[in-house]
Ligand binder design. Sequence first.
Ligand code: IMP
Length: 426
Amino acid sequence: MISVILGLQFGDEGKGKITDFISRDYDDVVRFNGGSNAGHTVVINGEKFKFHLVPSGAMQSKMVILGNGMVIDPEELVSEIDLLKKSKKDIEIKISAGAHIVTKMHKCLDKREEAVRSKLNIGTTSQGIGPTYEDKYARTGIRLIDLSNKEIISNKIETIFNMKRELLKGSIYESPEERKKMVEDLFSYGNLILKYMDYTENIIYNDYRCGKNILFEGAQGGMLDIDFGIYPFVTSSNTLAGAMSTGSGFSFRKVDRVIGVFKAYTSKVGSGPFPSEIINDSTLRDLGSEYGTTTGRPRRVGWLDLPLLKYTTMVNDVDSLAITKVDVLGQLKTIKVVTKYTIDGNEIDYFPRRLEDFEKLRVEYREFPGWGSIKNQDSILSGGYEELPENMRKFLEFIEEEIGKSIDIVSLGEDRKMTITKQIFN
Ligand code: IMP
């Protein structure tokens, strides 16, 4: 079985939890995009594990692979590998020779680019993601394989510095000694991580040929995709299912199933349009503890948005849906769901691309009664879907009907065991 799992909103859908849950069925879990802008939380028997770079499937699979589509902060990677090895000694870790390297200079550039954007800033995670992808596409980027050669690192650092000199004015990177120190640090980190480096496209293909089960784990969410998200308030990589191919070297033609994860409501960090946003009421944010895993920033929170979900389901060609935080949403007395987008009173049948369209956009809601906090937890966990509160089932069935896909996984709490599935996942 070859599967892809992705977020269908603005990231933070709870992919970490669902990926951890399903990865028991997979030998390899492969990440193919993004870097430490991602924050995935996995909770096992009350113990919390937070990953930024390592795939969330690490706790249950045999091997994790960090694909060429990723951008890797070596310092963060070393600390995550240390942490992972403490809990799981036998895990195999492989990192693509072609993955790009985030340096401290990229993090500085990230902040400075945001300052230049001024009012139009994206609200990035300041992890150096954008500038690292810029260098990748400018063909000046530092790849993992380059970390074995000090001269190559130094030449690339100098080229990047020369290209971005204006932005780096007044920063410590104007000093040649600082740049030299950065080269030394990168080389030292290379010494620690190059043992995990491999030609991962070959490993994935060979494992596929041996009949192994492979899960491709997307980071961020569909609405942060650089092509199909709400540009420019997006991340710098493709976050959609199609990116699994270019980000790992394994063909999309072999994928059996695409699983789309969404939260029972919507949240977003950073700037930009958010059609279903709830303004001036932090109830849902507080109930759901909606604060960023990477930045700690309070997340913007809104209602479930079906036009948005239909769009990301389409562009990802999702087969199967997983919903998270239904337990949180149900605690509200009245729940709203966006069913329609209108502009000038007319329903639109496309997802807007012009920012002016978002200004004119109005949403229509349908209301549902809440289902309170979950009291019959044990009977739900043993009895499954049929034991769910009636109001919750009505809410889930409405979404299934609107989206035209089955919700096969329902998450009722952050712990791995708080998950129920329809038969295909049993
Ligand atoms: P960047 O990826 O750090 O450049 O940030 C670009 C936009 O994507 C910002 O609005 C971030 O808040 C958002 N973003 C990036 N990664 C994540 C994530 O994993 N979850 C939620 N938002 C994210």
